[in-house]
Design a protein around this ligand. Structure first.
Ligand SMILES: Cc1ncc(COP(=O)(O)O)c(C=O)c1O
Length: 451
């Protein structure tokens, strides 16, 4: 167990809850009202999971910070779990969005901004042809449909403990005997994911080859580094090995870079000179205005377009009326070209280096059995001594109560961490002062546990 003294932990947590409730009467009263018309008092069920009994209500946000309805200012390291990785409401995005809002929001017709966005992504990722959706989930769903369509095969391969949005086929895990089973707490699956999916551990080429050798696999959908069960980094040669095997067995390789975009303008794909058949993006690219994207290689694009019938294309299962709308495209074009620049990434990563070093130093000073991993401008500590090599190892280190304590401790000191994670993201607006605030909180929290 990451922290053995549960009585002490419970006492520490109770003290933080009292402090939180006392400091947030405005958020508390708004939550009480919200309990009337919304399940759990929140617009989406998972928002009820924040620690402290009720969520904080935001009054306004800009750059790296937001202020709540009780007048408390926070440094935001959650950044909408990457939806606001460019910082809140960056000026260049807002100008383009405001202009488009006044000129029409959605037409079922393309705008020039789409071409600018697609060309920018093609140049950055080395992937030729792009399509746009409203979310990364939709982009994943669409590219999986295309993959099954052109290969005529039914199954997909994913990593154990992956998360790719609410894509049905991905809610599968490995059981203790290595069988693919429905993920625990999978809510109302359409079919048993064991019928659609083969799960393999991250960093295990043998398991991947065994799955591909069945001959049933249309696509493998991966994050090049896992980010949703904490950060799990690829071992040397793993990603290149997957590319070789997917080519050998005719499996379409999809990089979901929704989160791993943290490594730079072309994500891990460009930075590590990788060559998938398809890349998926979302959240970040529109500065929070709903937008997702998937890019396909020339070869895959040709296979897809040769197999589609124009007459039926609108009801074939790939689409959405608002996909590629003018507002989303204006947001994406401006955000990619004016905010998410190579210079911005350099600065974000350098600051994340400082955050990571500070956290690891404190872990070492207090001999906490924890470690921190970094992926560009994203870093996360986990409750285990060495970096995990697969999702199962990362999941086994989870400690919900410990995490709730650390999150609430942070909130009470004006810091928002990514919920369900121990993760911090840097935006182009974050400063050394922001990082120092986190370092002070983390030292105080670790000292309260181990001091
Ligand atoms: C890797 C990855 N892909 C896709 C998604 C889905 O994004 P969205 O919920 O915006 O559709 C997520 C969400 O966290 C993600 O982490």
């Amino acid at each position: 167990m990451a922290y053995a003294d549960r009585t002490k932990l419970a006492k520490l947590f109770a003290t933080e809850v009292d402090r939180f409730v006392a400091a947030h009467p405005g958020s508390h009263s708004r939550h009480e009202k919200a309990l009337g018309p919304m399940m759990g008092g929140v617009p989406m069920s998972w928002m009820a999971k924040w620690p402290g009994g009720f969520p904080v209500y935001v009054e306004h946000a800009k750059g790296s910070r937001f202020t709540d309805v009780d007048g408390i200012e926070y440094v935001d390291f959650c950044l909408g779990d990457t939806g606001a990785m460019v910082g809140h409401s960056p000026d260049a995005s807002i100008q383009a969005i405001a202009k488009q809002l006044a000129q029409g929001i959605t037409f079922m017709l393309p705008t020039e901004a789409a071409t600018i966005a697609a060309q920018t992504l093609a140049d950055r990722f080395g992937v030729a042809k792009w399509q746009f959706t409203l979310t990364a989930t939709d982009a994943n769903r669409h590219i999986l449909r295309y993959a099954r369509h052109v290969t005529g095969r039914s199954k997909i391969v994913v990593h154990d403990y992956c998360y790719h949005g609410t894509v049905d086929e991905t809610f599968a895990n490995l059981d203790d005997h290595g069988n693919t089973v429905s993920r625990e707490n999978n809510i109302g699956p359409q079919v048993d994911p064991a019928e659609t999916t083969i799960v393999v551990p991250f960093n295990d080429l043998d398991a991947a080859e065994k799955a591909f050798a069945t001959g049933d696999v249309a696509a493998m959908l991966i994050e090049p580094a896992m980010t949703n069960i904490g950060i799990v980094l690829p071992q040397a040669g793993y990603l290149e090995g997957l590319r070789e095997l997917t080519r050998k067995y005719g499996v379409i390789l999809i990089h979901d870079e929704t989160h791993t975009l943290s490594e730079g303008v072309g994500g891990m794909t460009a930075r590590r000179n990788l060559h998938p058949d398809a890349v998926v993006l979302g959240k970040t690219i529109g500065a929070g205005i709903p937008a997702g994207a998937f890019g396909m290689s020339e070869e895959l694009t040709k296979r897809v377009s040769d197999s589609l019938h124009l007459e039926h294309i609108d009801v074939g299962g790939v689409g959405g009326t608002l996909a590629g709308n003018a507002l989303s495209m204006a947001a994406v074009a401006a955000t990619l070209t004016k905010v998410l620049t190579p210079e911005a990434f350099e600065q974000m990563e350098a600051l994340c280096d400082v955050w990571t070093t500070d956290v690891q130093n404190i872990i070492d000073r207090y001999s906490a059995p924890w470690q921190v991993s970094q992926l560009g401008c994203r870093a996360e500590y986990s409750f285990r001594e060495s970096a995990p090599i697969n999702g199962r190892e990362a999941a086994d280190a989870d400690d919900f109560e410990l995490q709730q304590y650390l999150h609430l401790h942070a909130l009470n000191r004006g810091i928002l961490m990514t919920p369900f994670h121990n993760m911090a993201l840097m935006s182009p607006s974050h400063t050394h002062e922001d990082v120092a605030r986190h370092t002070a909180h983390f030292e105080e929290a670790v000292a309260s546990l181990f001091g």
